[in-house]
Design a protein around this ligand. Structure first.
Ligand code: 3PG
Length: 302
């Protein structure tokens, strides 16, 4: 089988070497389409392959239609909002992600953004003793919580999909409403996926409830923020801060109007570590080889 790695933002070399070793060991062939600058290169490369590994690369209906033999797509990472699941399902293509594999890298970035936002202007403040709110207690959320506790923060979480006892077992306080999380915590770390329910769900109503000096840290997706309302609330509340790993569509306007209270990384870097590339890339290759060898569909998302 031909297994294509198509990555506009390439994996670290060590990860590609590891992927190649897994693929060739299983008797398959690795094809690379890295750092493509035009999507047509991706369309061409996918034409005759049976499997595809991507990062945030958009697997659109056009990609799916260009692929004559495709059986499986693995998003090497957590969020799979870049995959057109309906288009894949219509052609019987299995879609997977690699949950948890790049979580630590994202968690460390979230913490570093909090530290930065606490210190960037003159005499700063410390994280110790402050309240941290984890919005969605999945793989990343629980790692951020552990780091926050390490910094002496009081950690709260809201996640209706995780049992309260499991959260409490980590020494994290459970809140039962999203409003309570935002009105309680000095720092909120966002870890919700982007889907029909969550898109534009974080806006004026929640952010205006944050305590004085409150800071929202977004290492999730820009789509979950109502960006017009973010601008409005930050204009009204001259104490609020926003740090994001995914520049808003109105980032230039935010920067201009809000200034240093808003920070966006130069480019998305949450999962951009050698370790995360290795973990997610190798997991993706292994999942594909196992799928071809045994039909295993663990981590299927469609
Ligand atoms: C994820 O969902 O896993 C992250 O957003 C990582 O995205 P990336 O692989 O494009 O860095």
């Amino acid at each position: 089988m031909k297994i294509l790695v198509a990555t506009e933002k390439p994996f670290a070399k060590a990860a590609v070497d590891g992927i190649r070793a897994i693929v060739e060991q299983a008797g398959h062939e690795l094809v690379l389409c890295e750092k493509y600058t035009d999507v047509s290169e991706f369309h061409k490369a996918v034409e005759d392959v049976e499997a595809l590994i991507v990062r945030s690369d958009k697997v659109t209906a056009d990609v799916v239609n260009a692929a004559k033999n495709l059986k499986i797509v693995v998003r090497a990472g957590a969020g799979f909002d870049n995959l057109d699941l309906a288009a894949c399902s219509a052609k019987g293509i299995v879609c997977m992600n690699t949950p948890g594999q790049n979580s630590n890298a994202v968690a460390e970035l979230a913490l570093s953004m909090m530290l930065y936002m606490a210190r960037f202007a003159g005499s700063g403040t410390e994280l110790s003793g402050k309240k941290m709110g984890i919005h969605a207690y999945g793989y990343i959320g629980r790692l951020v919580a552990a780091l926050g506790k390490g910094f002496g923060m009081e950690v709260y979480a809201f996640d209706p999909f995780v049992k309260a006892e499991a959260i409490q077992a980590d020494g994290v306080k459970v809140v039962n409403t999203i409003e309570e999380l935002y009105s309680t915590c000095n720092y909120i770390s966002l870890h919700i996926p982007a889907n029909a329910e969550t898109k534009k769900s974080i806006g004026y109503n929640l952010l205006s409830k944050m305590p004085k000096g409150g800071c929202l840290v977004n290492t999730a997706r820009k789509e979950v923020i109502n960006e017009e309302e973010l601008l409005k609330v930050m204009t009204e509340r001259e104490d609020l801060k926003y740090a994001t790993d995914v520049a808003a569509d109105n980032q230039a306007e935010l920067n201009e109007k809000i200034g240093v209270r808003v920070y966006a990384t130069p480019k998305k870097m949450g999962a951009e570590t050698v370790e995360a590339n290795m973990n997610a890339g190798l997991a993706a290759a292994s999942q594909i080889c196992k799928f071809f060898a045994t039909g295993d569909t663990t981590f299927k998302v469609n």
